[in-house]
Design a protein around this ligand. Structure first.
Ligand SMILES: [Zn+2]
Length: 479
């Protein structure tokens, strides 16, 4: 068996090598089996509905981080990888506040990363490698292809098992671990875990995606080794290991395959990643004050920002400002620094200063979600409802599952004293927050309430009825 696998991988590499030498001056041409584009519209819609249902379950049951800056940093990498595929707009990328190294993907295009993945990685390319592997599972439709039973209701059952396992893995103590292992045994039984061949395919195609997107393919092999070491240190296996069995063959194949690709210059000192990593450590409670102080005392920019974030999180605005002032001495433009400065002012109720801190940069970069949301937060504090709504509306239109956007819309509508539809708007935006956070019944109640208030307004009434119908239909999905 081992010999067969080895022969298989050698054949694969030589095919890729040949392709490359034929295109010396161009990017290597890869052949990715095209599966995603061939499925029917009904299957696509069904997958989307299931993916969205899982999104809501994950939001409701798991510690999902709602942090626009962090989300945007990771979504940026993720978009680069997705642009290498035939996949359409994803349902979303969620970041889970969990120190374990884990990532998962759900049909329809929902992707999740644990904070532990970011804090264990040494550069963005390592994170990109895991994302690319997950994207490949979805682009190759590994869930749906595995068995006939995976279609329709079968797929739902599997999504339910996945959510069950994820929720169980959040529980503390022995009972939680036992439940988790039990559920995972059930998952293995139902073959929710990918097969050996699917894992190898996700590695192979994922590496092509990451390489084409400009990331260093060696990092996928590097991170497998990091995960391997992390796993041997814990008493029970993390999810990723069980749902993506990491064999020594996979590790050596990844290295061999990466060696066949032209070298990508690695970022030996990637400060942006260092900032992201230390900031993630702080907001996922993995960094101590002492650790951050040592880093900040060495005049490390990422450390100074992280120390400021640490105090900000504790509500100590004086110390947060002190640490941020140290970071400012580097005279570097950085959006996270602007966001934190705005938060420090808001925390101290210095709303005009907060406005000055955010508005010029946010104005220059209108497409920057994190800056726009922070600016809207300031405008809401200044009772400027109309401006805040105009700022947020395009983001909610672009991604109707953006919970942070709907929450700001709700807050802005609430202070919009002049609007005759104030209560109706608050209710309908609140319904979206509730719905996408997994509280479907509350969402439906909010919309029903709103609908009663607009009985005499045909246009608005029809609009609300339509949305209500969608929610009621999608709620029928039981997983
Ligand atoms: Zn996998």
């Amino acid at each position: 068996m081992k010999r067969f696998l080895l022969a298989c991988s050698t054949a694969l590499i030589s095919v890729m090598g040949a392709t490359h030498s034929a295109n010396v001056n161009a990017l290597p041409q890869f052949s990715v089996p095209e599966i995603g584009s061939g499925i029917g519209l009904i299957d696509q819609q069904k997958e989307k509905m299931i993916g969205e249902k899982v999104f809501r379950e994950v939001q409701r049951h798991m510690p999902v981080m709602q942090n626009p800056w962090l989300e945007d940093q990771l979504f940026n990498v993720f978009s680069h990888i997705l642009s290498q595929t035939q996949l359409g707009q994803p349902i979303g990328l969620v970041i889970i506040n969990d120190a374990q190294i884990n990532a998962f993907a759900v049909p329809g295009g929902l992707f999740a990363l644990n904070a532990g993945l970011i804090t264990s990685a040494r550069n963005m390319d390592e994170v990109a490698g895991v994302m690319a592997h997950e994207v490949a599972h979805v682009s190759q439709r590994h869930y749906s292809r595995s068995q006939e039973a995976f279609k329709g209701q079968g797929l739902l059952t599997l999504a339910g098992l996945l959510v069950g396992a994820l929720v169980a893995s959040q529980a503390d103590g022995d009972v939680g671990t036992a439940v988790m292992l039990g559920t995972q045994a059930a998952l293995m039984d139902k073959q929710l875990n990918y097969s050996r061949n699917q894992e190898r395919e996700a590695d192979r195609i994922g590496m092509q995606y990451m390489y084409s997107a400009g990331y260093n393919p060696q990092s996928m092999a590097d991170f497998f080794e990091v995960m391997h070491r992390a796993t041997s240190q814990v008493s029970f296996l993390p999810d990723f290991w069980l749902t993506h069995p990491l064999s020594t063959e996979r590790m050596s194949e990844a290295r061999l395959r990466a060696n066949q690709l032209p070298q990508v210059k690695s970022n030996l000192h990637d400060e942006d990643f260092e900032i992201l990593k230390w900031y993630s450590m702080v907001i996922s409670n993995q960094a101590t004050e002492q650790q951050l102080q040592i880093l900040a005392n060495r005049k490390n920019f990422a450390g100074q920002l992280a120390l400021s974030a640490f105090y900000l999180k504790q509500g100590d605005y004086v110390l947060a400002q002190q640490a941020l002032d140290q970071a400012k001495l580097h005279q570097r433009l950085n959006n996270l620094m602007i966001l934190m400065q705005t938060d420090i002012y808001l925390g101290q109720n210095k709303v005009d200063e907060a406005y000055k801190a955010i508005q010029s940069t946010a104005r220059i970069m209108p497409e920057n979600r994190a800056l726009a949301f922070k600016w809207a937060e300031v405008l809401i504090r200044q009772k400027e409802a109309g401006q805040a709504l105009n700022l947020i509306q395009p983001f909610a239109n672009k991604n109707p599952r953006d919970i942070s956007a709907w929450r700001l819309m709700q807050q802005a509508a609430n202070i919009d004293q002049q609007s005759p539809f104030r209560t109706v708007n608050v209710l309908r935006y609140r319904a979206e927050v509730e719905y996408w956070s997994g509280w479907e019944e509350n969402a439906i109640k909010s919309l029903l309430h709103a609908e009663r208030l607009v009985k005499n307004n045909e246009v608005l009434s029809a609009k609300l009825k339509m949305r209500l119908g969608e929610m009621q239909k999608e709620r029928q999905l039981k997983i």
